[in-house]
Write a protein that binds this ligand. Sequence first.
Ligand code: PEP
Length: 255
Amino acid sequence: MNKKKRRAVIAGNWKMNMTPEKTTALIGELRELVKGKRGCDIVLCVPAIDIPAAVKAAKGSRIRIGAENVHFEEKGAFTGEISAEMLTSAGVEYVIVGHSERRQYFGETDATVNKRVKAALNAGLKVILCVGEVLEQRDLGITGEVLAMQTKIALHGVPEEQLKNLIIAYEPVWAIGTGRVATPEQADEGNGVVRKTVEELYGKKAAEALTVQYGGSMNEKNAAELLGKVNVDGGLIGGASLVASKFAAIVDAAQ
Ligand code: PEP
């Protein structure tokens, strides 16, 4: 397994935090802190209302802007939803799909995750697809099966040539926003299952080239150890992405 073949990606997920004004301030601070840090790609996935401010504040820097979700239809009577074309036309390059909070609180299913993945990739967006087991599934010893199933359904019908725009984030649900981080070994194992599943679907070369992030209470203190694992190619970071210095320290750990 050659980690050097893969691009490390450190991505923030702001969730329902930050106003446009705060967005401008945080990105203004962050862009100075990450100047010259070329060892990883840097992405901030922000609430829809903050996208224009984020795109403006990040212009000319290494920071790329992502959204936190996307609808699968191109347009129409879907009140409150945002299409892939709306995102790309606003300057968005990445989108998170299938975050566990969407699955848990907003009725997202593996089938709708699959539709969103395809709509986003077809529109030219880079997708950060989230998969992960809940604690009961881990305790039952079915983490591997859950990760394989979520990955297979999410990628159903996705052609191999679109994998260059795909990142998968392994996010054990019990580690998200809880402060209870997976051990580096658990993260490596989960990411390894995701990679193995992609190998089953698309072959070894595609699997070796895929960036697989770990997400779940990653912070400036534990990032280096997690990112040091062979299957961990980056991080999806919630809480610690809301503080420029903490997020920049994780970017440092990925250099
Ligand atoms: C997330 O929202 O994807 C996440 C990993 O959150 P946190 O870092 O706060 O656990």
